[in-house]
Design a protein around this ligand. Structure first.
Ligand SMILES: [Zn+2]
Length: 223
């Protein structure tokens, strides 16, 4: 009996390898979620009331157009580097709240040169980043000026991770990832990040990869 029990156990083991559960084929959406620093962590100023805008159908990518110097990027200690990033994020919030008189920083997510992601206004709220086209639109900004500098690899990698998660969670087609310049005459988010004429530019390459991933593993069952 003992050897029969062993044979059954071995067979079950083989079956488990041959027929993995469906969840092994398509990872849960939560597995794609990148680490996002909360508003409390970066000590965001409180926001005024912002209207709900829950159904998102596209993502618009921006840059802050504030140069991040080589010296700032080279800061070696985590604490000092974090402090510089938080200062840059506050600069964006100040510009939108104090200078423009908006309720809060206009973007939903902000990514620094080390690839750290900061929560902007809550994603279920109406953004303020693409005039006339904010409804249904998630605003993502990268800290830096990519008409004058190149985005670091860590920042681009983090953008890809964030966009992969956002497209999955909100059921957004990767075709609907856009640069701000597609809506108005602006350099934003800079040709070093998004050059429609160059498929190798970082945002276009990310978009192409997410389209291919979507074809390889349809996400219809995720909704
Ligand atoms: Zn912009």
């Amino acid at each position: 009996m003992k050897s029969r029990a062993r044979r059954v156990a071995a067979l079950l083991g083989l079956l488990a390898v041959a027929c993995p559960p469906p969840s092994a084929a398509i990872p849960p959406k939560s597995a794609l979620k990148p680490f996002i620093h909360t508003r409390t962590e970066w000590r965001a100023e409180s926001a005024k009331r912002i209207p709900l805008d829950e159904a998102k159908n596209r993502i618009v990518v921006h840059h802050t157009a504030n140069i991040v110097t080589g010296a700032v990027k080279a800061i070696a200690t985590n604490k000092a580097s974090w402090k510089a990033a938080v200062a840059h994020v506050h600069q964006a919030q100040d510009l939108h709240k104090r200078v423009r008189g908006w309720s809060d920083v206009g973007y939903h997510y902000m990514i620094d040169w080390k690839g750290r992601i900061f929560q902007g206004r809550p994603v279920d709220r109406l953004g303020a980043h693409t005039e006339g086209n904010n409804r249904g639109s998630i605003g993502v900004v990268l800290l830096g000026d990519f008409s004058r500098q190149r985005p670091p690899l860590e920042q681009v990698a983090s953008l890809k991770t964030l966009l992969r998660w956002l497209t999955a969670v909100h059921g957004i087609s990767p075709e609907n990832i856009q640069g701000h310049h597609q809506y108005k005459s602006t350099l934003c988010p800079g040709k070093s990040l998004d050059d429609p004429q160059d498929p190798r530019s970082p945002l276009r390459a990310i978009q192409a990869q997410l389209i291919i991933e979507g074809l390889a593993a349809p996400r219809a069952g995720w909704k």
